[in-house]
Design a protein around this ligand. Structure first.
Ligand code: NIG
Ligand code: FE
Length: 416
């Protein structure tokens, strides 16, 4: 076997296995190998297993990396973020802390609308400069692939600019960026009281441009009472599907209106939030193979009850965990906090959490074929933890336990 890199002296290798989402009870079964080694050729994993069984290497002598007995897991896939935005909303955080509901701030013309003003005012270079350090933080936390949504422009120019910024960022730093067009994130001032008119504009004026410039892989919508109701959501998502985009929904986050059922009906790749989703709609998602993405730091920040990940997994759904990093409902990129909340409040096992942050995150982006696990043929996106066991991911509450990050077989971050 040819190799450019061998990672040896791995105390514990922990990884889900597979090339598609792990559903239900499968989420709990991860491969655990003590005293492991991983063999990488350029950017691809060619072998992983017990060090004593490592095959011989032929050709040029590979680089040898000593993991020092630490635990090793796949790179995290943060499959739901809004990381390209201007300005902050710290004032709103404290209003919410004192009891003002998120949607009340939203309907008063605050919330997302504030970020829209700040983002419209930022040019491409400024968006690039704002987002770059955020990606650096993600990388330190072990995020090797991130999804990013537009939706803070709501007009043609700014939406395209947000997506353009992600395209450029993707080529300038190691984290792979999967862009999502989320024009229907909120109803802009220009279409106040006329969500259907705005959806017409989005379908007729923006979607074709995003498609023609190939600026996004997915489309997403805030399917919510008082924002985009089911009928407008269906219309937008059908148009997006017809144009070849994968579908995502912010579904049943604040009020149960059936967004999860719509995701199932349209064969969305994922439905996200799901705090209020009905049992029937979750059942339909399970049957349709829609990944259920839970965003516990948002529930935590909104002081809302967590999505019932336990029931979802017990029903056979594939659950992913993501940060939902955004300036409003969740100003946090903390994968470690998401892991701890999953364990403490969502009754997920640490194995389910690991699967949810890696392979199922990949599946939520349609990328489970080439990433999300440590096995031959997958990209060498690998984390060496500053801990003897993957269990420290949740146990070391809210703390970053990532020591070294490898992206496509290259060291891209090392804890100092
Ligand atoms: O995922 N709920 C809608 N969208 C985001 C929040 C965006 C914002 O508040 O800026 C979410 O929670
Ligand atoms: Fe979101």
């Amino acid at each position: 076997m040819k190799a450019t890199l061998v990672i040896r002296n791995i105390g514990e290798l922990a990884t889900p296995i597979g090339h598609s989402a792990r559903h239900g009870a499968e989420m709990n079964s991860v491969r655990l190998v003590a005293d492991a080694a991983i063999v990488v050729d350029v950017e691809t994993i060619v072998w992983a297993g017990p060090a004593t069984e490592m095959p011989g290497i032929v050709g040029p002598v590979p680089e040898i990396m000593d993991a020092g007995g630490r635990a090793v897991i796949p790179g995290f896939i943060d499959s739901h973020t809004h990381f390209v935005f201007g300005g902050y909303r710290d004032e709103e955080f404290f209003w919410r802390a004192s009891g003002v509901p998120y949607m009340e701030i939203h309907s008063r013309g605050g919330g997302i609308a504030n970020t829209v003003s700040a983002t419209r005012a930022a040019n491409l270079d400024e968006l690039f400069a704002i987002a770059t350090p955020r990606l650096e933080r993600m990388l330190e936390l072990g995020v090797t692939t991130v999804e990013g949504k537009s939706g803070y422009g709501l007009d043609l120019e700014t939406e395209l600019r947000q997506l353009e910024a992600m395209r450029i960022l993707d080529t300038r730093q190691p984290v792979d960026i999967v862009p999502t067009y989320m024009g229907p994130h909120s109803i802009p001032q220009e279409y106040k009281g006329n969500p259907s008119g705005y959806i017409d504009f989005v379908i007729n004026e923006v979607l074709p441009r995003v498609q023609e410039k190939q600026l996004a892989r997915f489309c997403d919508i805030f399917c919510e009472r008082g924002v985009f109701e089911l009928e407008d959501s269906r219309r937008f998502l059908k148009a997006a599907k017809a144009a070849g985009f994968g579908l995502k929904l912010h579904a049943d986050e604040i009020v149960r209106i059936g967004g999860a059922g719509l995701a199932a009906e349209l064969g969305a790749t994922s439905a996200d939030h799901l705090l209020k989703a009905s049992a029937d709609d979750l059942e339909a998602m399970s049957a349709a193979g829609v990944v259920a993405t839970c965003l516990p730091i948002t529930a935590f920040s909104l002081k809302e009850p967590y999505a019932d990940a336990r029931a979802m997994i017990d029903r056979g759904l594939a659950v992913a965990l993501a940060s939902d990093f955004n300036p409003g409902s969740c100003y946090s990129q903390s994968i470690p906090l998401a892991a701890a909340l999953g364990a403490l409040y969502m009754h997920m096992s640490i194995e389910e959490i690991l699967t949810a942050l890696t392979l199922n995150g990949a599946a939520a982006l349609g990328l489970a074929r080439d990433r999300g696990s440590i096995e031959p043929g997958k990209l060498a996106d690998i984390l060496i933890l500053d801990a003897p066991s993957y269990r420290h991911l949740a146990y070391n509450v809210g703390m970053n336990v990532v020591h070294t990050v490898l992206k496509r077989g290259k060291i891209v971050s090392v804890r100092s």
